[in-house]
Design a protein around this ligand. Sequence first.
Ligand code: GSH
Length: 235
Amino acid sequence: MALKYYYDLMSQPSRAVYIFLKVNNIPFVPKPVALRNGEHHTDEYKKLNPFSLVPVIDDDGFVLTESVAILKYLALKHNVPDHWYPRSDLQAQARVDEYMNYQHLNTRYNCGMIFQQLVIIPRAMRAPVQWPMVENARNRLETVISQLDSYFLKGNKPFLCGSDISVADLLGVCELMQLYASCEENIYESNAVVKAWVDRVKERTAPYFEESNKIVNKVRGVYAKQKEAQQNAKL
Ligand SMILES: N[C@@H](CCC(=O)N[C@@H](CS)C(=O)NCC(=O)O)C(=O)O
């Protein structure tokens, strides 16, 4: 039976897994779950993931949640080129794990906070933006971006964990795209090393990166207009 993939492309880990599947030509049955319509809260979906989160895979009855676990499982099962998640070199594998552990409370937490506060909460909950939370996340992201540059990409490394792309790069860049959706891309574009890395990952995963980011571009367009209208109303 084919692999079933449950995802919403507005979700950053969902996009990372989606790009990985597409780039590696792994066949799957797409099972979109529209978070905006609450499809992740149905009893049927909760049987797959009791935490009501995307992404999830169902590989012939083996149900797995958590993007990091999913990416590792798929890379090993499908024997994809070693650079995605190294098998032969234990230290190279540990480097990929290192970023995947780092990202949760750093790249992901802070990019997600900005997107939630600026784009989601005002629209979906009609609640005001908590600006101190945005400011804190912006400040923490300054540190994250400088750590990506000075630690992970140190010494002109083209990718986070070595000379070729890995699943860590997918997770990292997909998180930064939440800033793009929030019109906050200057946070990462102002660092030339990080910007060049983002562009490199996009190029290396073409055309699937852009394909999976269509919804991100659309959300950004809507948010940018709304922001402009608010600024004009203040004048
Ligand atoms: N650690 C999980 C995080 C999954 C997660 O937070 N998914 C979000 C979208 S990015 C979600 O499904 N949110 C739905 C909700 O919070 O209601 C992973 O990496 O897969």
